[in-house]
Design a protein around this ligand. Sequence first.
Ligand code: SF4
Length: 421
Amino acid sequence: MRGVAAVNKIRSMARAFLANPQLLFVKPSINTFMCSYMNKFRARTVGRNLIVHSHLPPLNSKAYSRFVDRHLIARTSGPSHAQIGVTNLCPQNCDYCYNKNRSGRVIDSETIIRIAKELKESGVVWLGLTGGEPLLNKDLAKIVESVSEDCAVKLFTTGCTLTPRLAIDLKSAGLFSVSVSLDHWNEATHDAGRKYKGAFKEAMRAIDTFRNLGGIDVGVSAVLTREMIRTDQTEKFLDFLDTLSVHEAWLSEVKPTTKEFWDDRLVITEEDRLKLVRLQDRYNSGQRMTVNYLGHFEGKENFGCNAGNKMVYIDAFGEVSPCVFAPMSFGSVYETNIRQILGEMRRRFHSDLKCFVNKNYRIFEKHSNGERVFGKESSLKIMDEVDFGELSAFFRLYYAGGRNREAAWEQPSARRITEPA
Ligand code: SF4
């Protein structure tokens, strides 16, 4: 079995290389890093796509080619990943929802499409569509289609209101991956956490609809509580998810985004994170679904936290945040050009070893003063108190050893950074 797995891995790497011959021009240390990172996962073919996991574009896609050109070779300073809240409407009401306190004038689909294209021009190769419940945006397929040619588009949904017709339209529009939310194997527990009776059944129905359609990478996104991690419930949950025949379990943990979660007893520690990383690695060494833990991708041993730098979030009201979980705005797409906002954020947000939100929520608390999502003025004050730490393993290579990291934010292209001797 191991021999077969090894051959498959070599085949996948060869396919990725044939689709992206320019990999030859990537710095050898970065290429080596990417190969060893990907080696932890079993690449799979879904439709025409060769997928490592759904937080990266398919390896044989135009989006991945752009990732190689713009980020691995040119090392441009623009974001590679973005999320857009395409609506704030949602029939469910999760305790931990990161959008709970956001409000304003909802952005229309035309603006969403314009912003998605501008993000792509700024370097975005992976776009997550979220909400609210994104399926409630009647132009969802049109939004997907507007950028999917060379940008990997992923949908995060509760599954509520999905119809087979809409699933077909999303597939035709070029959606490469969907994650349906599921927080527990127990129906009553899942429904209670979302204050919506029937949430579990709707999620199951949506998973079935996408699975039966074929050609789309289908996953479950699960938000784990610290208690679940510490009481070893995650493993039982994963075994349950594996019975659903999904391609991937996308795991993250409850973040201290809202006031109710600014509590040391709820935020995970480094030991909790490592526990999930070990579980992910153990799971992925078998022949089952892929487990993709965000805290592994964003861990110090890999890409670290890139909120406001390589990652950006535009909420359903057009406010630009460093990440879905950061309750901050650095401007509105109604008032300021998105490139200008991205540039301003990038000057303040440096790549870091640790999750920006987990690390700094006490500063949020200090400045909260009744404000639940910080406007630009408060966000700037918060940033005056934030310290950034070391670079993650990948970004030490990316920024040429870290010596010139500060300069990197001021440069239009990291190409100009002095390479280590
Ligand atoms: S703040 Fe946390 S969740 Fe957001 S990009 Fe950074 S690591 Fe990820």
